[in-house]
Design a protein around this ligand. Sequence first.
Ligand code: NAG
Ligand code: NAG
Length: 407
Amino acid sequence: MLRVLLIFGALCGCIHALDNGLARTPPMGWLAWERFRCNIDCKNDPKNCISEQLFMEMADRMVEDGYLDAGYEYINIDDCWSSKQRDSQGRLQADPDRFPSGIKALADYVHKRGLKLGIYGDYGNLTCGGYPGSLGHLEVDANTFAEWGVDMFKMDGCYADPKTMKKGYPEMTKYLNQTGRPILFSCSWPDYERASGIEVDYKLVAENCNIWRNYDDIQDSWQSVLGIVDYYAKEQDTLAAVQGPGSFNDPDMIIVGDFGLSYEQAKAQIAMWTIFAAPMLMSNDLRTIRPEFRELLLNKEVININQDSSGHFGKRVLQVTPSIQAFVRQTDGPCWPTVFLNRGSGGNPTNITVSFSDLGLPIHSVEGFDVLDLFTGAYSGYLTPDASYSYSVPPSGVVMVKIGTAE
Ligand SMILES: *[C@@H]1O[C@H](CO)[C@@H](O)[C@H](O)[C@H]1NC(C)=O
Ligand SMILES: *[C@@H]1O[C@H](CO)[C@@H](O)[C@H](O)[C@H]1NC(C)=O
């Protein structure tokens, strides 16, 4: 077991996660941005504009179509929800035409259904979409969100000086804490520091944020998914060291069910986000999603691994072929979720044979292994520790398995 612990770098006792009791496992839910952007044209596009109607309809779908039961609980507003003006007391206020009932009423609506509400703001003078930012208003904004009954707050970093974020984000952490309401804090801070060449102090980030973005926004494409996976794999030692219950790296939203990913690519995104123990914040249209994508999002075995209480960040451990890489994750139990990611686009699946020892598994301390394919249900039965096993990996897709110990 020691060998595995060393390989996965899990001995570090140095994480001091934000102590607000939240995000003990990666948060799951829905977030408007990737799919619905800053569409404020409710006159011509009433079904898809950023409005209370949109969030109420998504909340209904989350409850009625099984997402809440599967663990997706946050429904999160992103940019472009507010009025361009603060109110007479300097508080943010929702756009009166698109959110006529106000955010508090929307929070009540989702709470009644067992969901939680997230909201969006920005550390700078303006949000990325040009709405009022929180610079100079951090405390009043924290108090406003708490009064409304908000459960999660994503603070973006447009129109702000990244050099001030090491001071500014922790200030917001303090104000959120002082409200007395547990509010999950999602920070864009490390991404802005990275993009402007400032060294990220991840220890400080983990102490102040429940989840944090490190890299570019996800777009609706396979190329975007691979770019994020590559960045995470390149930085895996740094990112793994600061992740655990209460504090998670956030590779951005799940785009399964949108326009850009094939079925196999959609599996791949879910598999890789599960290897990284990443937040599962879907950004898709739950009113029209195709059933096969919904089924992927509701895969119980995969969600159980994503939500494993260890919060371990899995790593790239092996280049199997020029186009296939193996990623392995630890869990609380004697079980190693493993993904073979095929970046190739040759038309046929590639057959690979990989030994447990190649994957870094503890071959000297177990009696044997078994392998369960999480998407097909195929099961290997007992295999000796020194055995190899074969996998057929589709182009631009994955095989995702759970390797357990067997006798
Ligand atoms: C505020 O911080 C203290 C000390 O870290 C913690 O015990 C408490 O639960 C926090 N409260 C909220 C609402 O986050
Ligand atoms: C924010 O706005 C103030 C007032 O216009 C300005 O002085 C300051 O430089 C701005 N800050 C940033 C980071 O853009």
